[in-house]
Design a protein around this ligand. Structure first.
Ligand SMILES: *Cc1c(COP(=O)(O)O)cnc(C)c1O
Length: 393
């Protein structure tokens, strides 16, 4: 079988060898703790599940949904923006429902970029920005997120000829995988640049509700010029533990929203009407579940870091997201360190290089297990780390 040329440009699946080792460890009866993928472990709050049950019985929901989300779902998206970020949006033209934000990220890329165009992608980052650009035939120009720049992109480092060809630029804070948040000034700088260069700005706000130590996240649309400069993706997957439900939305520049609707029209409809009703219940509903979730992750973060610190393994605290970005010893690659952890500690982490070359030197730990399990994982990891780092001197 000869695949389309674009398929050959996709990076190899980094977790393949790890998956093999995980299977082998389990088969040998080892207790494997998986902190590798960012899949929320808590159940969806019951009032949302109940909304789905009721909506499932309504015959109107048994028909094709429209292409942009029901009128009531769109109204609730706009209301949510008003309540959450004090941003006023037109529910008819400035918001669109999505079958998860991953779908929207893909469609936006296809709508904006093709051969000869450049997509500016942070590195490390959620891999979908990169892989969609590649599938669209566009060139990717990485924006390194480095510790010396607080994991923010250095816009002055983008060469003029690249900037001229750049059609789309991605940012994502609270950031996956680094766990960092960004100040309002970063948004102002990228908006300014996007508007002057004619580049569309896309902000992935997947972890907008998950920040720590009392710091809130920033909406692109709340900054001057933000709505004109681009769009923002919000998902219910993380804020409401609804990853399996596949529901999210995009908001911002009406012209871009129209392209997303057009692509949905040609590719699928929107998400099932009953799931849209459940999403309405989530966005409308009391936000105690969101607060409880934020507190739960912060507690897990603190417990994990404290336990690691006890063994001398110092990991900088995340400011948001559900991840901890841990430096690995200099004489190991991220992948080697990941394999060590798996083979010697039975703990699965994600090698930083799974998020781009700049992720070298780090592994990502997802806080998606109970505190007890995270303590156990931190102890096991620290014992491997201490040995390799010679920490217990
Ligand atoms: C989890 C995640 C998503 C995926 O969201 P879905 O709505 O479930 O597709 C998008 N962006 C980032 C950065 C994520 O970590």
């Amino acid at each position: 079988m000869k695949l389309a040329a674009r398929m050959e440009k996709l990076p190899p699946y980094l977790f393949l060898e790890l998956d093999r080792i995980i299977e082998q460890q389990k088969a040998e009866g080892h207790d494997v703790i998986n902190l590798g993928i960012g899949d929320p472990d808590q159940p969806t709050p019951p009032h949302i599940v109940n909304a789905l049950k009721e909506a499932a019985a309504r015959p109107a929901n048994h028909r094709y949904p429209n292409y942009s989300g029901s009128a009531s779902f769109r109204r609730v998206m706009a209301e949510w923006y008003q309540k959450r970020f004090q941003v006023a949006l037109d529910p008819l033209t400035q918001v669109v429902g999505l079958i998860g934000s991953k779908e929207g990220i893909a469609h936006l890329t296809w709508a904006m970029a093709g051969p000869g165009d450049v997509v500016l992608v942070p590195e490390p980052s959620y891999p979908v920005y990169y892989t969609q650009a590649i599938l669209a035939g566009a060139d990717v120009y990485p924006l390194p997120l480095l510790p010396q720049n607080s994991f923010l992109p250095d816009l002055s480092a983008i060469p003029d000829d690249v900037a001229k060809r750049a059609k789309l630029m991605w940012i994502n804070y609270p950031n996956n995988p680094t766990g960092r948040t960004a100040p309002a000034s970063l948004y102002d700088a990228v908006i300014d640049r996007a508007l002057s260069e004619g580049t569309v700005l896309a902000h992935d706000l997947a972890y907008g509700d998950i920040t720590y130590d009392g710091v809130d996240s920033v909406s692109l649309l709340s900054r001057p010029g933000g709505i004109e400069a681009g769009i923002e993706f919000t998902t219910l997957s993380k804020s409401y533990n609804m990853a399996g439900w596949r529901i999210g939305f995009a908001a911002g520049n009406a012209e871009i929203i129209r392209f997303l609707e057009l692509l949905q029209d040609h590719l699928n409809c929107s998400q099932w009407g009953a799931v849209q009703e459940a999403a309405i219940a989530a966005l409308h509903g009391p936000d105690d579940s969101v607060q409880a979730m934020r507190a739960l992750y912060q507690k897990r973060r603190d417990t994990f870091l404290e336990e690691a610190r006890r063994s001398g393994w110092l990991i900088p605290p995340s400011q948001g997201s559900i991840f901890v970005w841990c430096p690995v010893p200099r004489n190991f690659t991220a992948l080697q360190w990941t394999q060590r952890f798996l083979e010697e500690a039975g703990v699965v982490v994600a090698p930083g290089t799974g998020f781009g070359a700049q992720g070298e030197g780090y592994v990502r730990i997802a806080l998606t297990e109970s505190e007890d399990r995270l303590v156990e994982a931190a102890r096991r990891l620290a014992s491997v780390a201490a040995e390799r780092l010679d920490l217990k001197s």
